[in-house]
Design a protein around this ligand. Structure first.
Ligand SMILES: Cc1cc2nc3c(=O)[nH]c(=O)nc-3n(C[C@H](O)[C@H](O)[C@H](O)COP(=O)(O)OP(=O)(O)OC[C@H]3O[C@@H](n4cnc5c(N)ncnc54)[C@H](O)[C@@H]3O)c2cc1C
Length: 467
């Protein structure tokens, strides 16, 4: 077999699954420690025509980081943080560095790496770039894309290129899709090249963060609160003189079952007993603005009939605790789903999004579709401030899975009719390919294929992802 590729049965089995529940045993596993080794592997792949699927920590929920054929290329051993420049506010890292480690190193310099996928302590920066990962704070900071300044990529040919954002404010040279090639690779799910290094843009760490958990009597009230908060934020954004004190960096929704799971990770498990929904929000502040912000949130909560039992999280430890409660929801649902993979079931997870004003309607419609199909309601939670919930269903076996996927497909059609997207966060991978065309026209898919052909003419990289 090819140099640097391990074909040991146990090693291949160790890389056969990701968080999606999909299992594909690769023909071999490569675990390079240098850019040169990655380049050599891809040169061999190009010569001998075998496929290579890059992988970080394999936390993909879409089957994007398992290889149905060929070599699984794990970047985990290339995990160095190469340097931090506190003056330029940048950090250079190898692709296998964990997002959580990047954030901790930035924090020690008084800086912030803003993207915050819930999986940040497990997932790699290469994976986050390849998926354009986002998180709760995407509401304020956007997804990973805008925090990447430069990348080093090994192409399917084995050639190594370094791409840097040009920072141009005006540019009319040809098609805009060629203006910033960094963007070809961000979100490309391993299909266009292997990211081996990146230079990340860091921000100044905020002085203070206030977290607030607001329990509600109904889903309707909770989502009306979110929409009002977004409107207040946008008004402030449009008019800097606005007196509005509300400037959330995240607006996260929990329906009743999601709240029950979050409570199981809480130090006050009896908190907000009887609540039908909860919104967790964070706002950055200074010691001068914190009180006004908190009062603003309490007033808005009151207008939307929230329970009085509102909790504030202000210290580092309390905010970490709140984050752990949020993380408990996907982790618990993944664990529950994993119980059924042996019999053809799994967790089925959606990441559709609509305009935030339409979120309540969209969730209501999806609940009706599930009811009509006799499918148990999804656990629904997540980034409501971006109009982007996660709906997690549990399929107990293959027949149940088919019924759930029918509900998901009908939900996605409804979402697209509302002008939304079939995937706002986790990408298409292998599990959502059939739904891409609900949203993206044949013409646009043709343009994507042309880009793929140009960069990977033999279709060797991450086969089965996206297309
Ligand atoms: C509990 C849980 C919570 C999650 N929460 C979030 C969330 O809040 N937000 C979010 O966006 N996602 C979330 N995810 C999904 C996933 O964690 C992210 O997409 C993450 O960025 C993937 O990183 P990874 O290192 O695990 O990549 P992998 O899963 O190994 O790979 C993901 C994709 O990236 C490609 N890839 C990986 N490394 C490279 C590289 N160096 N070069 C080129 N391609 C590469 C792979 O081929 C694959 O297509 C969650 C997953 C779990 C299990």
């Amino acid at each position: 077999m090819t140099q640097g590729v391990d074909t040991d049965v146990d090693i291949r089995a160790a890389y056969a699954a990701d968080a999606s529940g999909l299992v594909h045993v690769p023909d071999g596993v490569a675990r390079p420690e240098s850019v040169e080794e990655v380049a050599e592997l891809l040169r061999q792949a190009s010569t001998d025509r075998f496929c290579v699927t890059p992988a970080g920590s394999q936390t993909s929920t879409t089957g994007a980081s398992v290889a149905a054929s060929g070599v699984l290329l794990s970047l985990q051993r290339m995990n160095l943080i190469l340097d931090v420049d506190p003056i330029a506010s940048t950090m250079r890292v190898q692709a296998g560095a964990l997002v959580g480690d990047v954030k901790r190193v930035a924090d020690a310099e008084g800086l912030l790496f803003a993207p915050d996928p819930t999986s940040e302590n497990e997932c790699t920066i290469g994976g986050a770039i390849a998926c354009n990962a986002s998180g709760a704070r995407t509401l304020k900071y956007g997804a990973t894309r805008q925090h990447v300044r430069s990348i080093k990529v090994v192409l399917a040919s084995g050639d190594e290129i370094t791409l840097r954002r040009n920072g141009l404010e005006k540019n009319t040279a040809g098609y805009s899709l060629a203006h910033d090639p960094v963007d070809w690779f961000v979100g490309s799910e391993g299909t266009l090249g292997v990211v081996v290094e990146a230079e990340l843009a860091l921000l100044r760490r905020p002085d203070l963060v206030i977290g607030t958990a607001v329990p509600f009597r109904s889903e309707r009230d909770a989502l009306a609160f979110v929409a009002a908060a977004r409107r207040a934020r946008d008004a402030r954004f449009l008019d800097a003189r606005s007196s509005q004190a509300l400037d959330p960096r995240c607006l996260e929704y929990f329906d009743e079952p999601a709240l029950t799971i979050a409570r199981s990770a809480d130090d006050q498990p009896g908190w907000a007993e009887g609540a039908a929904a909860m919104v967790y929000l964070e706002q950055e502040a200074t010691s001068d603005t914190a009180d006004a912000a908190l009062h603003g949130w309490l007033a808005l909560a009151d207008q939307h009939h929230a329970y009085d039992d509102i909790r504030a999280f202000t210290s580092e430890g309390e905010l970490r605790h709140a984050r752990a409660m949020r993380h408990a929801v996907p982790v618990t649902m993944n664990e529950r789903g994993a119980r059924y993979t042996a019999v053809g079931g799994r967790k089925v997870s959606t990441d559709w999004a609509v305009a935030y004003e339409l979120l309540h309607n969209a969730i209501e419609e999806s609940r009706k579709l599930a009811r009509d199909a006799g499918v148990e309601q999804a656990v629904t939670y997540g980034h409501a401030g971006n109009g982007h919930p996660h709906q997690n269903y549990l399929a107990f076996d293959a027949a149940h899975l088919a019924r759930i996927e029918h509900v998901v497909e009908e939900t996605l059609k409804m979402v697209v009719r509302m002008g939304g997207t079939v995937s706002a966060e986790h990408g298409i991978g292998k599990l959502k390919r059939r739904w891409l065309s609900l949203q993206i026209s044949p013409l646009a898919i043709g343009v994507m294929r042309a880009v793929k052909r140009e960069l990977d003419p033999h279709g060797l990289l991450a086969p089965g992802n996206i297309f």
